[in-house]
Design a protein. Structure first.
Length: 380
């Protein structure tokens, strides 16, 4: 068999090359060429490499170009490394989009990988079913997912939680048609705070003329939603949804993939907010949490939604809806506890009586919201 075809089929070519080189040194290039059915040029190449580099010369040399004109320069690589220090979980595409880097995403990824800066995900959720076509047909806020997140297991966040009394639990809602997200905080995990959070969101929607009757909210079967000891008894959360005509959908046990959208948001906010921020006090924490909420709903592009931010999808699909509906400040849910209980133990008051208080809450943030949104866009 000719040398060329023989080598192509071999996983280890070192032995055949060494035998050919030995033959060439002992009996000449022409004789080795006839014996191994290789060209004289091939025989000379391996003989010369062996004589110059020994056994290492018989290995395959890299065919990668020695000079790459478009390769990222040292200054640009240093900038990527510095950005990674502030955003340990961001990917190459996110860096390019957010900071307007001139280099391609593949070049940025190469730098991160070569420097050992690619971080494995902490969790791997079961692959969720693709609902892209369904989401594109949904009306605004027709379907949402609610879930809670325990913040005490986040390494960067835990010391601040202990030292300055930051909340332990995040109560979050993600709307499916545009991907917008709202969230609030509490120190306890129970149905009362779930009800207060749902009340806060629905009052906000009604302020923008969105009828909540007939909307669907999906949850798992956690103790902050249902009562496992008495599943036939409606909790405060379930009573509130029923009062406003909101349909409560519960997923089967151990099917977290069905909550894929809110679970994905929980991972993103951990990577992009809780894992990198620090705080002097609770007020600063809520301010930064509000900043991230505005960034997520108004600026951050979602690769799974045609690289569009929630506000862009809202403008495209629902142009008649005021984009201010995506602006709902995160709050400590404890601040609304007394107001929630005014109508009796776990009995919400009517939506009309809540509206003035809700407007008061929103007015606290109304002026700063526009500045934060514009600031995020300028930095993107």
């Amino acid at each position: 068999m000719e040398y060329y075809w023989l080598v192509r089929r071999m996983s280890n070519t070192f032995d055949i090359r060494f035998k050919m080189v030995q033959w060439a040194i002992a009996k000449g290039v022409a004789s080795a060429s006839r014996e191994f059915k290789a060209t004289r040029k091939t025989v000379r190449k391996w003989r010369d490499r062996y004589q110059q580099n020994g056994f290492d010369g018989l290995k395959d040399f890299s065919r990668a170009p020695k000079n790459i004109p478009h390769r990222m320069n040292a200054e640009a690589e240093a900038r990527v490394v510095n950005l990674r220090e502030g955003h340990p979980a961001w990917g190459a595409v996110r860096f390019k989009d957010h900071y307007g880097l001139a280099e391609g995403a593949s070049a940025i990824y190469r730098v991160l990988k070569q420097r050992g800066l690619i971080r494995k995900k902490k969790r791997r959720w079961q692959r969720r079913k693709d609902l892209g076509e369904l989401k594109a047909k949904l009306k605004f806020f027709e379907k949402s997912q609610i879930d809670t997140k325990d913040l005490s297991d986040i390494y960067q966040y835990w010391p601040f939680m202990r030292r300055i009394g930051l909340p332990r639990y995040q109560y979050g809602l993600r709307e499916l048609s545009v991907g917008a997200t709202f969230y609030g905080y509490a120190n306890e995990l129970n149905t009362t705070y779930s009800a207060i959070f749902a009340m806060y969101v629905q009052a906000h929607l009604r302020r923008y003329g969105i009828e909540t009757k007939g909307l669907h909210i999906q949850t798992d079967n956690g103790i902050e939603v249902v009562n496992p000891a008495a599943p036939q008894t409606k909790t405060a959360f379930e009573k509130l949804l029923a009062e406003f005509g909101i349909i409560h959908d519960r997923i089967p046990p151990r099917c977290s993939w069905m909550q894929g959208d809110i679970e994905t948001f929980n991972r993103m906010i951990e990577d992009e907010f809780y894992d990198i921020e620090d705080y002097e006090n609770g007020v600063e924490f809520l301010g930064k949490a509000y900043g991230y909420q505005l960034f997520f709903n108004y600026v951050r592009k979602n690769r799974n939604r045609k690289r569009m931010a929630p506000v862009d999808i809202l403008k495209e699909r629902f142009p008649s809806i005021d984009t201010g509906v995506l602006n709902l400040p995160p709050i400590r849910l404890e601040s609304l506890l007394d107001f929630y209980l005014q109508g009796g133990y776990h009995v919400p008051k009517s939506a009309q009586s809540r509206t003035p208080f809700h407007l008061t809450i929103l007015s606290i943030f109304s002026r700063m919201s526009v500045k934060i949104i514009e600031g995020e866009r300028m930095g993107a």
